[in-house]
Structures are given as C-alpha cells and as structure tokens.
Design a protein around this ligand. Sequence first.
Ligand code: HEC
Length: 146
Amino acid sequence: MSKLNKITGLMAAAAMATAVSGTVLAHGDVTPQAVDTEGLTPLGEEWADTNPYRDSDDFDRAVEIGASAYNQNCARCHGLDGISGGIAPDLRYLTADYDGDEWFKYRVINGAVRDGAVYMPKMAETLSQEALWSIRSWLETKYVEE
Ligand code: HEC
C-alpha cells in the first residue's frame, strides 16, 4: 500500500467513526413530532393508571393514531413497527394489563436518565397523555408473548 493510500484509508476510517458516534449521540437529542389526537376522548391533566382507551369505543382510532405517533417519536430507538433493533427494549413484550400500563406510564413520564446521560427523554413533557396512550394502544395490537 502506498503511503497516500494508507492516509486516505485512515481518514475514511476516522470519518466513519465520527458518523457512527454522531448517530448514537443523536438518539439523546430527539425532536418530538406533534400528534393530532382529534376524535379521541380528552383525558385531562391527571394521568390514568391504566390505558383509558383499551376497553372503549376510542380504541380503533387510538390504534390508528398510535401507529404513526410511535413511528415518529419512538421508532428511532425502539425500532420500526415496534421491532427493536437492540438500541432500546422491544415494547411489544409489554402485556396489555395493569403491569404493562404501569411500566409504560413510568417510563414515558420519567424517561431513562442515568448519571446525567439521557437514554430516553421524558416523552410526557412533549407528547400529550392522549398521544401516549394511543401509542400504548397500538403497541398492544403488536403484543408478542415472551
Ligand atoms: C432516544 C431514544 C428513545 C426514544 C426516542 C424513546 N425511548 Fe423508550 N427507552 C429508551 C431506552 C434506552 C430504554 C431503556 C431504558 C433503561 O434501560 O433504563 C427505554 C425504555 C422504554 C420503556 C420501558 C421498556 C422496558 O421493557 O423496560 C418504555 C415503556 C418506553 N421506553 C416507551 C417509549 C415510548 C412510548 C417512546 C415514544 C413516545 C419512547 N420510549 C421513545 C430509549 C428511547
């Protein structure tokens, strides 16, 4: 290998490393997308303990809204269509009951921050409760048993 080729190779490797770490960092810097929840029963300020749309007439509409809201706001980390690529947990395993709801609610309100590093932003600061329970409703239709 000529000296010039070697240098070009090293530069390419460095550029690739920068691109990769750039991608990883970008995950902590998420711009939430507005979600139009028109047609759903408004839920108010107080957070429900269980998915209010699960056994309601709103469920189908919630699933529809949740599908696109998920792909815009959660898929970059949790995987397209709910199928995790390994960066963050696969949300299809959350059961459609109180336990699943509790864990879902906890994470979207608190996010995941450890030693000052944001692994998951506090989604409830930027998305409405209606939007988040819609995402949960959609995820329930994707549920897979562990
Ligand atoms: C910036 C990346 C990122 C985005 C965007 C993100 N999450 Fe997360 N999420 C994570 C990570 C990483 C974890 C694991 C946290 C941990 O292990 O402490 C997690 C954990 C969770 C959990 C707990 C799952 C479990 O099995 O423990 C839920 C529920 C969740 N996220 C929901 C959502 C929803 C809903 C959205 C979109 C509104 C979302 N997340 C957006 C990175 C993200």
